[in-house]
Design a protein around this ligand. Structure first.
Ligand code: ADP
Length: 267
């Protein structure tokens, strides 16, 4: 807390005095520091692919374009880097939209089991890795009041991480627990991957935080996926967190409030 005193001079001599302003500067300083760190991070994240592209393009200009073997490889690198920059800028736009006060959500009544099932199927259909999917989903419909597109994005982020960090032959388990008493559902996505050290478990939801920077970059990550997911889950009145054992695997969990008048209850 900071108190600032200002001398004020009024027109009449006798009324000179002080005005005391009390303001919470620690909070302001924190916001300012975070803003500066964010800009530094963004610049760094954009500079890395740009400098990589510059050196590959320089090599191509210097003659590598004539080499039938090298040229396509170098062009491939610049393409990968361009795609990562597009992902990064899209993620940044998404975050900036969410920071905006009049950010709109289009919530509707959705059966979560159905949405989850479809999302899992999409990944199952497209996956090239040898990874097994196991489902523990409720038999019945589970009604929630959500923005379908945003929730799909959250699920996409968590599932693609689980796949990225899974070993070959690993299992990913998808669970939905309906807790009627507490009027919420708990969604769990578990993998058998590298895991996350305890002291870093909360940090992975911060913007640009990665446990292993090089690894995340190689896997095409932006370091923003879970930060976006957290904002989206919180905007739905839920919580998101992770549990993990290094070398054994990670579980990302989130909650969502159940609709009070769920159809399941009426039956
Ligand atoms: P990224 O684009 O780097 O994946 P995220 O915000 O999605 O960014 O995740 C942040 C970091 O959290 C990752 O870089 C990784 O270090 C860690 N992480 C996320 N999910 C997992 C997982 N399933 N297993 C191990 N580490 C994970």
């Amino acid at each position: 807390l900071k108190a600032s005193f200002s001398m004020v001079q009024f027109e009449s001599e006798e009324m000179n005095g002080f005005i005391t302003v009390l303001s919470d500067v620690t909070e302001q300083e924190k916001i300012e520091r975070e803003r500066r760190e964010f800009v530094a991070n963004v610049s760094h994240e954009l500079r890395t692919p740009l400098t990589t592209m510059r050196s590959y393009l320089e090599a191509l200009t210097d003659g590598a374009w004539e080499d039938k073997e090298i040229a396509p490889r170098f062009l491939g690198v610049t393409q990968t880097e361009t795609e990562r920059m597009i992902r990064l800028v899209n993620d940044l736009l998404q975050l900036s939209k969410m920071d905006n006060k009049d950010y709109k959500m289009y919530k509707e009544q959705v059966d979560f089991t159905n949405l989850f099932q479809h999302t899992i199927e999409r990944f199952e259909f497209n996956k090239t890795e040898k990874i097994e999917f196991v489902r523990h989903l409720p038999e019945e419909e589970v009604w929630v009041w959500i923005d379908k597109d945003k929730m799909t994005q959250v699920l996409d982020n968590i599932i693609s991480n689980a796949i990225k960090y899974s070993p070959e032959g690993g299992t990913i388990t998808f669970t939905v627990d309906v807790m009627k008493q507490q009027q919420k559902l708990v969604v769990k996505i578990s993998d058998e991957g590298v895991g996350i050290p305890d002291e870093k478990l909360n940090k992975i939801f911060e913007r640009f935080y990665r446990v292993d920077k090089a690894r995340s970059r190689n896997l095409g990550g932006t370091g923003l996926g879970l930060a976006i997911s957290r904002e989206m889950i919180e905007a739905h009145g839920g919580n998101i967190w992770a549990e993990s054992k290094e070398g054994e695997g990670t579980t990302v969990l989130f909650t969502l409030p159940l609709m009070s008048q769920s159809r399941g209850d009426e039956e």
